[in-house]
Design a protein around this ligand. Sequence first.
Ligand code: HEM
Length: 486
Amino acid sequence: MAGFDDEKRRFSSFQLFAALAGFAASYYLSRVFYHVYFGPLSHLPGPRLRAITGLPAMWTTISGKDHEVIPALHRKYGPIVQLGPNELSFAGGAKAWADIHGPKKGVLPHKDPVFYPSSINGANSLMTAGDAEHSRQRKIMSHAFSERTLKEQEPLLRSWAEKMKTKLAERIATGQEIDIVKFYNCTTFDIMADFLFLQGLDLLQDGEYSPWIKNLFNSLKTATIVLGFRRYSSWINDFIEYYVKNNEQARKAEYEHFRNAAERIDSRWNRAIDRPDPWATFLGSLTREEQHVTASALMVAGTETTATVLSGLTYHLLQNPLAMEKLKEEIRSNLRNFDEVTLENLARLKYTNACLQEGLRLYPPVPSGSRAYQFIPGGTVVGVHHMATYRSPDHFKNPDKFAPERWLGDPEYADDHRDALEPFQTGQRNCLGQNLAWHEMRLLLATVMLHFDISPGPDSKSWIDQKVYILWEKKPMFVCLEEVKV
Ligand code: HEM
């Protein structure tokens, strides 16, 4: 009899559990059903599965395929695509840029805190600062990136370009292989370190990455995978925020990057130099903690980006020998020797500038763009997708073709929407370093083209087959260089 009672109790507990589970499942399904068919995003195009679950968006991100999958979705569904239950991607050209990022007086796109997690020391850089703090920091920092300040730093920039040229020539003499991507990276990291810390990182000296920079590149894939999971679920995000935020072991790579930048900032103030140091003014107006996070941010934002454009452009020039010849001809006929390679002279070279625009279009350094969030409805993450915009036939004729002429008034490309290209983003949160980036890109490109004939090395055609972990996972690009007497 007792056995029968036990059995009955067990049966009713099972029934209760099943009823609760059934209730939870139907509640969840009805919410999903409501969201997909009647919710505020229900009228927007995109695959139904993506409206139901964030899994496909997570998978696209962690498999490094954002740059292929999202443009393909835009080609199928149009300029607005729902990527996940609360995520929209835009590829609508100039209007999308203006609607999402501005300029709109007084309205800042609020940044997605998942994409821009809090820093190690709790201070904010421009990238993560809230609205009020952002305008204070931006005002302080904008002097450092003005044309006047950059002109003051011209000798420093030119000295690094000259060093790159010397080191490339030395490498040719040794007969060793030349990975041009590495040389561009070594140069841009040395330059940024020299601005920030008053001393380069000695990367160009041997044409090799230091452990700090190797660690930085290696950590991008893990960071993207963590980001994919954080965006998939607010529970996972909360868990990571709670358990990982102050766990130095779990954030080892981040801590190492931060410490490397912070230590060098501290020692910059004890270093005596005999050259102008315009960055002292802006860095000195930030708190020491802000200086640390700002240096950490600039050692990524102001380095790899510029080297990426140069690498992508070199790839496209190697695949388009006629364009390469035209570029060399413009540079060599206008600049007779390195003394004439000045920021002012370089800004006048039309074909050089058109090649760089085309390089930025075909291979934008942050291919997926950043995620701001706005209020359509509250909390929906929105962003303009660079690759989807720039490879869209709605905006550019022959979108996959390298055609610098499209920036030079060629009637064949008269209907291109040139104002859709905004690699530096628009609005109050656009790239503060774009003037510096332009000078640096022109200077390093012209230095290579003036002094060397460059031709493809082994496997260079397939170099472009890459994944994206926030930034391009750039492979080595081996090239054959021959020095030209100028
Ligand atoms: C071709 C090279 C570059 C490209 C394509 C580029 C692109 C961008 C983009 C798209 C943003 C917006 C990011 C976001 O909101 O998440 C940005 C922000 C920023 N970039 Fe660049 N960047 C380049 C080079 C540089 C350089 C050389 C520096 C400085 C040395 C720099 C400093 C910054 C800073 C400080 C911000 C944050 C601005 C703010 O939030 O107010 N960038 N950049």
